[in-house]
Design a binder for this molecule. Structure first.
Ligand code: TYM
Length: 321
């Protein structure tokens, strides 16, 4: 079984990225061939500062490796090191109905936020389909916000197979229900564009301040709270604390009498400890960027060998070359 996922280098990674995609991806390394990449071409649809893109790309590499991506088990590369993906985007694009792209939530959200739609933004899901299909991927671990993009990929692959004969593997999304949408500090989906993130490797003081600033209940701490499971701090605590600790806090909040400051302090402490090992690993890796660049170069070499074969199959199927 082949497992594939990608992350955009559009900023520092947050715990929504971690629980929604990185953690499942790291666990899935045991179950098949893992293909993981940094989607730098995709980041061009929202980020136009080259220096920032370069920095973010290395940061994502450090984050992913620190969180447990094992280059001995997995192929890890930079999307743009495999130019075949752009050619496949064209082949797929010629069969992709505009209506499918215009209905994409992520496209509609970006346009609603005032981003001027250009060709790249509309074609974003086609490039993502090319990412997935170019490596014969079976399983794509992602957060819920990417589900529709994987469905679009399935539609495009099916259309291609019907038009030109069996060429592509039809992939399945893998979405963990409990972390499908990790909430941010304001209760909306955690997202860099909402400014509500807790970074995986955030600065200690700044992150403590962010967590202590979570707006709590308008009820007094003493009042019982039958809806304690809906509390944002409890939901986040469940991600980073041992299950019985989180349950204990939830029960104390439900019963009434738990101080909100105490709850947030516990959330910060558990968050900090949860990523302590990864933080130490990240510091080591950051001091050894030659190693990180070597991993990406070796990953690109191995990914390209697969990509070249699949692209040749696709070109032959449609009578190109
Ligand atoms: P990106 O870079 O926005 O996010 C990376 C991964 O993190 C997940 N995620 C979340 N999961 C749960 N809760 C949240 N609050 C949350 N926020 C983000 C995302 O669902 C994603 O899995 N288009 C993709 C990158 C991409 C890709 C691919 C993914 C490009 N090509 C091919 C899979 C396969 C994106 O923008 O993810």
């Amino acid at each position: 079984m082949r497992i594939l996922t990608g992350i955009q280098p559009s900023g520092t990674l947050h715990i929504g990225n971690y629980f929604g995609a990185i953690k499942p991806a790291v666990e899935l390394q045991q179950r098949g061939d893992a293909f993981y990449f940094i989607a730098d071409y995709h980041s061009m649809t929202t980020l136009t500062d080259p220096a920032e893109r370069r920095k973010n790309t290395i940061d994502v590499a450090l984050d992913f490796l620190a969180c447990g991506l094992d280059p001995k088990r997995s192929i890890f590369w930079r999307q743009s090191d495999i130019p075949e993906v752009c050619e496949l985007t064209w082949l797929l694009g010629t069969l992709t109905p505009m209506g499918l792209l215009e209905r994409a939530h992520s496209y509609k959200d970006k346009v609603a936020k005032g981003i001027a739609p250009n060709f790249g933004l509309v074609a974003y899901p086609v490039l993502m389909a090319a990412d997935i299909l170019l490596y014969d991927s079976n399983l794509v671990p992602v957060g819920k916000d990417q589900k529709q993009h994987v469905e679009i990929t399935r539609d495009i692959a099916t259309k291609f197979n019907q038009t030109y004969g069996e060429t592509f593997v039809i992939p399945e999304p893998e979405i963990r229900e409990d972390v499908a949408t990790v909430p941010g500090l304001d209760g909306q989906k955690m997202s860099k564009s909402y400014g509500n993130t807790i970074d995986i490797f955030g600065d200690e003081k700044a992150t403590r301040k962010k967590i202590m600033g979570i707006v709590m209940d308008s009820r007094t701490p003493q009042e019982p709270k039958p809806d304690a499971d809906k509390n944002l701090a409890i939901q986040l605590l469940k991600l980073v604390a041992p299950a019985d600790t989180a349950r204990d806090f939830e029960e104390r909040l439900r019963a009434g009498g738990l101080g909100y400051g105490d709850l947030k302090k516990a959330l910060f402490e558990h968050y900090w400890n949860f990523f302590a090992e990864a933080r130490a690993r990240r510091a080591e890796l950051a001091a050894n960027l030659d190693y990180v660049n070597q991993v990406l170069a070796e990953g690109a070499r191995r990914a390209r060998a697969v990509a070249a074969q699949v692209l040749t199959r696709a070109r032959q199927a449609c009578g190109i070359g």
